[in-house]
Design a protein around this ligand. Structure first.
Ligand code: NAP
Length: 490
């Protein structure tokens, strides 16, 4: 490697999985002049913020690690959330990241002035950087439901990402609103604890069955002795086939792969729920995979327990002692948990970001967040997003996605290191062309096949990567420099 012509200072925003990745990669390259700003008090991002009962990752644990830091110690095929958080803590230690993380420090603004980014924290401290890596996460700002009377509820009421562990749930009457991946995990866990548990569903979900496989000490020893076994779980024929099947299903409504997914979830419902009335209550009226697939080995058992009731329909209002449905029925409750998802169009916001000439990212994103191949934004030079808008979502591992994006970003940063240019940003026409192509393809995906989900923007167009996963990996290999403005003397 040649010596860099221009030493660069980096600011990374967020010490979750993606921000830590950026820090590790920079250190490996010898780019030691960076700070990771983290508004929380520890690393791990979503795995720090979420601690609700039943928290787990429904992506196989061995696939949910950095490619360069696999972990033979996972206790199960699907790892519990606390273990994943511990993994990120351990990685922060192993790569000595903490000395470069400013914890409890929130960035309020980043402004590109005279060729460098000027960064201000909410406490009024300032920093300067050549490059910003925004790794702020997507599922991050809790979405509070606009249900009338929520604030009048007499008992504890909290969002799934703000779980109040001081509230006892044993033998209590607990209501859970929402049945995405989070609500389904919470209900599966609380069915063993609550005196009475009511699961409020505005629209039912298809449930994909999955193994409840724990790893024994002997299994772990196999993984310790032979890393190829871990690689097999990550990228072996079964994992590759699963990824290919899933992408084929997403992008082609007529595909046999989507038909197969549909038949698996229908069979799961038919064979798991014995009461025909409950079965029909739980049957969605949209296609499988339209919303993010919910995987669960336990949910259908949980809702058939005598202490659990499923209520499907619209909530009229919350009253001090419980929840009133539109049909007039009333459910008395001691505690309400809101598994109502996240405001996913925020990304780096509410942070103020201003590019060339004071151009506001908030204004540029007023319709919906846009980024060229999910990574860069015109007129916001040397500003890179990890897991930004329109990247692959759904049931892929975001770690693999961030690693592929970093490999792409690093090549653009190389242009700055080598002095080829002082500033790099995609052209507006490149972003426009990408967005036209992406939007057309997105309208043909299963995500647009007729359901409400967090993938959709205000116009109902999926804000996602609408092509195959293989194509994503292909385009991340090398930036098309003709789509970039390489600028000097900014
Ligand atoms: P979500 O998928 O957005 O689900 C939100 C739920 O709240 C939906 O059931 C929605 O109903 C309901 N809801 C929202 N507003 C409501 C209202 N006013 N009244 C009644 N119901 C309302 O959120 P999530 O479950 O937190 O999951 C978000 C994402 O986090 C997932 O898609 C996934 O990417 C990630 N996640 C991953 C895992 C994992 O294991 N890997 C686990 C948890 C979460 P409608 O369906 O009718 O809109």
């Amino acid at each position: 490697m040649q010596a860099d012509k221009r030493p660069l200072r980096f600011v990374i925003i967020g010490a979750g999985m993606a921000g830590m990745l950026a820090g590790i990669r920079l250190k490996e390259r010898g780019d030691t002049d960076f700070t990771i700003y983290e508004k929380g008090d520890s690393v791990g991002g979503t795995w720090r913020e979420n601690s609700y009962p039943g928290l787990a990752c429904d992506t196989p644990a061995h696939s949910y690690t950095y490619s360069f830091a696999t972990n033979p110690e996972w206790s199960a095929f699907y790892a519990p959330g606390a273990e994943i958080r511990a993994y990120f803590e351990q990685i922060a230690g192993r790569y000595d990241l903490k000395s470069q993380i400013a914890f409890n420090t929130e960035i309020s603004s980043c402004r590109f002035v005279d060729g460098r980014w000027r960064i201000t924290t909410t406490e009024g401290c300032e920093d300067v950087a050549d490059v910003i890596v925004a790794a702020t996460g997507v599922l991050h700002h809790p979405a509070m439901p606009d249900i009338p009377g929520l604030e009048d509820f007499a008992g504890p009421c909290f969002h799934s990402a703000r779980w109040d562990h001081s509230v006892p749930l044993e033998d209590k009457r607990v209501g859970v609103i929402g049945n995405g991946s989070t609500g389904v995990q919470i209900v599966s866990a609380l069915s063993k604890v609550a005196g009475r548990l009511v699961h409020f569903q505005r629209s039912p979900q298809w449930i994909m069955p999955c193994p409840d496989l724990k790893y024994s000490e002997a299994d772990k020893q196999v993984f310790r002795d032979d890393p190829a076994k871990i690689e097999e779980v990550r990228n072996g024929p079964e994992a590759s086939a699963r990824r290919a099947r899933f992408t084929a299903a997403i992008i082609d409504l007529e595909s046999p792969e989507l038909a197969e997914i549909q038949s698996i979830v229908e069979r799961n419902l038919r064979e798991s729920i014995s009461d025909p009335k409950l079965r029909e209550k739980l049957r969605p009226d949209y296609r499988a995979a339209c919303k993010r697939m919910v995987f669960s080995a336990h949910y259908y058992d949980a809702v058939q327990k005598p202490n659990v009731e499923v209520v499907v329909g619209a909530i009229e209002r919350v009253e001090p002692s419980g929840i009133r449905m539109k049909d007039g029925s009333f459910y008395e409750l001691d505690v309400i948990a809101l598994a109502t998802g996240f405001r996913v169009d925020q990304f780096v916001r509410p942070m103020v970001v201003e590019g060339f000439g004071g151009k506001s990212l908030d204004a540029f994103w007023s319709e919906h967040p846009r980024a060229y191949y999910a990574v860069t934004v015109p007129e916001f030079p040397n500003f890179f997003l990890l897991n930004g808008p329109t990247g692959p979502v759904g049931n892929f591992t975001l770690i693999d996605i961030a690693e592929a994006q970093w490999a792409y970003i690093d090549q653009l940063v190389d242009l700055l290191r080598a002095g080829t240019c002082d500033a790099v940003a995609p052209t507006m026409s490149a972003l426009d062309e990408y967005e036209v192509r992406r939007t057309e393809a997105a309208k043909r995906t299963v995500f647009a096949s007729g359901c409400r989900s967090w993938y959709l923007d205000k116009q109902g167009v999926p804000q996602v990567w609408p092509w195959s996963y293989a194509y994503f990996q292909e385009v991340m290999k090398r930036p098309k420099l003709e789509d970039y403005a390489l600028m000097q003397g900014q």
